[in-house]
Design a protein around this ligand. Structure first.
Ligand code: SAM
Length: 237
């Protein structure tokens, strides 16, 4: 059995009112393995534990009126401080944040630690957002809480922690690495439902296979995500 390293490569703190939502995500698959191998540590802080209210309330009506409730700044800030004492990078999850990307995942995976702050209800009091180092959105839609967004970030980052993926080169060839979508993949059987695996993949000629994959990767990106090619071009200018 491999020995767990003395110190995990990455520590992620999660501020959430619903830590129970993360249960199976932390046990299964790559994230579970990375935690068990001691490569990744995930800890929680619940703003409710910092409420000064007899009923442990953490939300209140918005000043100025309007629907719903807003998370009060005090309990959220106190929960963040549980981790920030260690000088963590603080990431708020919000629909207004910068769209999450492979590049952001790679940047976060190189940190020693960071904190993900999940909002709920109508969101967080603006004064607590002022202490964030960045805000991330996982898409132009509104979720009922930041937990599912945090899980998406956690998963994308955990795969990039050194040693977490069985084959370290897997992530180099995946979609978005190098600004392209991945080439199409095939496995057994060679003929399925009358459809054949492209002959070049059975040729054993690695140079031809590589050239074919590169071509298909470019074709797919042109057809499905032309915006990636434009971004790639402008980053080279
Ligand atoms: N009133 C807010 C607005 O219109 O922007 C939406 C609040 S949402 C119901 C509650 C929480 O879910 C947010 O504070 C945020 O943490 C999280 N959330 C919702 N959509 C998200 C998204 N697309 N990306 C990241 N987090 C999101």
């Amino acid at each position: 059995m491999r020995r767990a390293p003395a110190r995990p490569s990455l520590r992620i703190g999660i501020v959430t009112l619903a830590p129970e939502m993360f249960g199976s995500v932390l046990k299964a698959g790559l994230i579970g393995r990375a935690i068990r191998a001691g490569l990744l540590e995930v800890a929680f802080a619940n703003p409710r534990d910092h409420s000064r209210d007899a009923h442990r309330r953490v939300d209140a009506r918005p000043y100025g009126g309007g629907p719903g409730m807003v998370l009060m700044p005090g309990p959220v800030d106190a929960a963040i401080r549980q981790f920030a004492k260690r000088g963590s990078w603080i990431v708020g999850l919000s629909p207004r944040g910068r769209p999450f990307s492979g590049r952001a995942a790679s940047r976060l995976s190189r940190k020693k630690q960071f904190v993900l702050v999940c909002g709920r209800y109508e969101g967080l009091d603006e004064r607590v957002c002022a202490s964030f180092d960045e805000e991330i959105s996982i898409g132009d839609y509104v979720l009922s809480g930041g937990e599912i967004a945090a899980m998406a970030v956690l998963d994308a980052v955990a795969r990039l922690v050194p040693g977490a993926m069985g084959n370290a080169s897997s992530s180099d060839e995946e979609s978005f690495a190098g600004g392209l979508l991945e080439y199409p993949q095939y496995t057994r059987p060679r003929v399925w439902s009358g459809k054949r695996v492209p002959a070049v993949l059975l040729s054993g000629n690695h140079a031809r296979i590589e050239a074919w994959r590169r071509r298909r990767s470019l074709e797919l990106t042109r057809r499905l995500r032309p915006d990636l090619l434009l971004a790639r071009k402008s980053s080279k200018v």
